[in-house]
Design a protein around this ligand. Structure first.
Ligand SMILES: *[C@@H]1O[C@H](CO)[C@@H](O)[C@H](O)[C@H]1NC(C)=O
Ligand SMILES: *[C@@H]1O[C@H](CO)[C@@H](O)[C@H](O)[C@H]1NC(C)=O
Ligand SMILES: *[C@@H]1O[C@H](CO)[C@@H](O)[C@H](O)[C@H]1NC(C)=O
Length: 178
């Protein structure tokens, strides 16, 4: 009995070391507009300033404003033999979420990764460009490293953005966890 408890303690200990040393790196970002006449990307890129400072920026132009109905489907993929669905696949009504962020813990967690770098910080309607400005990998790392319950490897954070129930935009961020 004692040895089983020891074993559990040991694996919890080893596991926490593993989690503590996990870090993320951006490896790629891809953006796609499904209806450029409705919403399009002005830009979408990763920039490496030096070995320690790397960031993502993107800007979306909304061409048919005001936007009053937004849904986001966010899913995580793990690269094994191609990218396979992994752990999370959530769909969030963004207008409702921004009225009460605590209503959806997964969305709240994901949103907190980038909220300081975005003007997506209010509820609908949206009648301005949407910007994610210089989201740095270091910032993301300080948010996630203590709680990353995932194995090292390559992952994809995939998101589809629906406006008035039609898929308008896709944003894919590729990361490596090491
Ligand atoms: C990387 O660039 C950032 C921003 O210019 C700077 O603050 C930082 O000191 C640089 N780090 C190194 C190791 O050069
Ligand atoms: C996420 O779930 C929805 C609804 O069940 C499904 O239609 C969609 O294909 C899933 N997406 C991924 C990436 O698995
Ligand atoms: C949203 O972000 C913008 C740009 O950072 C800022 O000017 C504005 O005050 C913020 N609005 C809210 C409601 O936090």
């Amino acid at each position: 009995m004692i040895s089983i408890i020891r074993l559990v303690q040991l694996s919890v200990f080893l596991c926490s070391i593993h989690l503590a040393i996990s870090k993320l790196e951006f490896t790629n970002v891809k953006c796609f507009s499904h209806q450029p006449e409705f919403a399009l990307y002005d830009y979408c890129f990763i920039k490496s300033i030096n070995r320690t400072y790397k960031y993502i920026s993107m800007k979306v132009k909304l061409l048919k404003t005001p936007v009053v109905k937004v849904k986001v489907n966010a899913a995580i993929f793990q690269r094994l033999n191609g990218y396979k669905p992994f752990l999370y696949n959530v769909t969030v009504d963004a207008c409702r979420f921004f009225k009460n962020q605590k209503s959806n813990p997964v969305a709240f967690y994901l949103y907190n990764l980038f909220k300081d770098y975005s003007n997506l910080n209010h509820s609908c309607p949206y009648d301005h460009d949407i910007i994610l400005e210089k989201l740095s990998i270091n910032h993301v790392n300080t948010q996630v490293t203590d709680v990353l319950p995932v194995p090292h490897g390559d992952y994809l954070f995939h998101s589809d953005w629906y406006i008035s129930d039609i898929k308008r935009l896709t944003a894919d961020v590729y990361v490596k966890i090491y």
